[in-house]
Design a protein around this ligand. Structure first.
Ligand SMILES: Cc1cc2nc3c(=O)[nH]c(=O)nc-3n(C[C@H](O)[C@H](O)[C@H](O)COP(=O)(O)O)c2cc1C
Length: 400
């Protein structure tokens, strides 16, 4: 995330009393690094887990904790409620969420939430049984019904030592959701999105393949941004990384990718084909490892499956393709947009140092079937992904 993304935005972080309280420090760091102003408030129980001193040091401001103290330490709850553009509770305990759902206000965090009309983001963290318990789920549903945004906890090792759902979402994910809410881009809520990523690997023999330099980073960024904006995301990728909050389907070859996409696209609203699918694949796959000899060998390649063509246009599915070209970028993109019946195409110039395949940066041109053209300059892939989603959203909703 660039330094200015949240420049001057006012975020109040409420910390409640769970083991994950110390992880709020990373979230505060992420927000201040992105330019946000942060004020921290602690429940009395949270003060048993983390100290105000540490939080003052990372937020550069006094921490609001004891709201009954004479002159109050730090801000008052009304002052904070009016100051905050957004309130995020990190971590949100089962107890604090129950209080928020019921409108209880018996300490500064719940008191500030009740006194504010700012958007509320909740990042729950707790034992898996506490989290899946009906009471907790009912409170979460009530809070969602009142437009609270919930950053779902991850599945993983819990404080108890066992594995389950209830681990606090990563700091990056929480900051990304806060950014989406603050920028008015939590607009993919409920949308079912499928993204393909990475270069396909076409087997030569059991240990070798023909591939390309695609790292899967652009596809992953597209999947992560969509998830932060509220979409239900499936990532079909040759470079699995188990991203939080995203359903991942690892694949190898183009044929495997097609099978996975057939399944993932059923009922989906948007397909983004960011994968670099090999145009050719070995005609024959050797059953056992080819032995090294002193003689050259010929690898006979056949045209590979054309995934977009094989999937075909589907009712209700908005289809986004990628074109990696070395020359005549716009003309090639336009031609591919038409021949593959795409709704939108993202064209990137390959062969330029420091962007595109394998890089953390990209520069692209987006062209929609309805005539929208957006040039996105060289930026980190995460930011390029954000602008691509803006273009998809504009095209889908306004037919631009
Ligand atoms: C060691 C310890 C760890 C705890 N961790 C959690 C937790 O991760 N999540 C949670 O919801 N409650 C947790 N609790 C229970 C809360 O601390 C307890 O419900 C408390 O009343 C929460 O107060 P608050 O919501 O006002 O901060 C833990 C309790 C203890 C003693």
């Amino acid at each position: 995330m660039s330094e200015s993304r949240l420049q001057g935005r006012r975020v109040a972080i409420g910390i409640s009393g769970g083991i994950a309280a110390y992880k709020a420090i990373e979230v505060i760091r992420g927000l201040t690094d992105a330019g946000a102003e942060v004020r921290v408030m602690l429940t009395p129980e949270a003060m048993r887990f983390v100290t105000p001193l540490t939080l003052e040091a990372v937020s550069y401001h006094p921490v609001a904790a004891d709201w009954l103290a004479a002159q109050g330490a730090g801000e008052t709850h009304i002052g904070l409620a009016e100051w905050a553009e957004l309130i995020a509770i990190v971590p949100a305990t089962a107890n604090t969420m129950a209080k928020l759902a019921l409108g209880l206000a018996d300490e500064i965090v719940s008191g500030t939430v009740l006194a504010s009309r700012a958007p509320l983001v909740l990042a729950p963290a707790m034992n898996d049984v506490m989290y899946t318990q009906q009471q907790t789920q009912d409170h979460l549903a009530a809070l969602r019904g009142r437009h609270a945004v919930v950053v779902e906890p991850a599945i993983g090792r819990l404080a108890s030592g066992k594995s389950g759902v209830g681990r606090l979402a990563s700091a990056e994910r929480i900051v990304a959701v806060i950014e989406a809410v603050l920028s008015g881009r939590r607009n993919l809520d409920g949308l079912r999105v499928v993204v393909s990523a990475g270069g396909t690997r076409e087997a030569v023999d059991p240990v070798r393949y023909v591939g390309n330099y695609s790292s899967g980073k652009m596809g992953r960024a597209l999947a992560e941004v969509a998830a932060a904006r509220g979409a239900d995301v499936t990532l079909v990728t040759t470079v699995p990384s188990n991203p939080e909050g995203i359903a991942e389907m690892p694949v190898g070859s183009a044929a495997e990718m097609l099978t996975a996409l057939e399944k993932a696209c059923t009922g989906a609203d948007v397909l983004v084909m960011a994968a670099a699918v090999a145009d050719y694949a070995p005609d024959q796959v050797a059953a056992s490892k080819l032995k090294r000899t002193d003689q050259p060998i010929d690898l006979h390649l056949r045209p590979n499956v054309d995934i977009l063509k094989a999937l075909g246009p589907r009712r209700g599915l908005f289809r986004v393709g990628f074109a990696a070209e070395t020359d005549e970028l716009r003309a090639q993109a336009q031609q591919k947009l038409e021949s593959k019946h795409l709704d939108l195409i993202v064209a990137n110039q390959v062969g330029v140092d420091g962007q595109g395949l394998g890089s953390d940066f990209n520069a692209v041109t987006v062209v929609s079937a309805s005539g929208l053209v957006v040039d996105i300059p060289r930026l980190p892939k995460w930011e390029v992904a954000g602008r691509i989603w803006d273009a998809i959203d504009t095209t889908r909703n306004r037919g631009a």
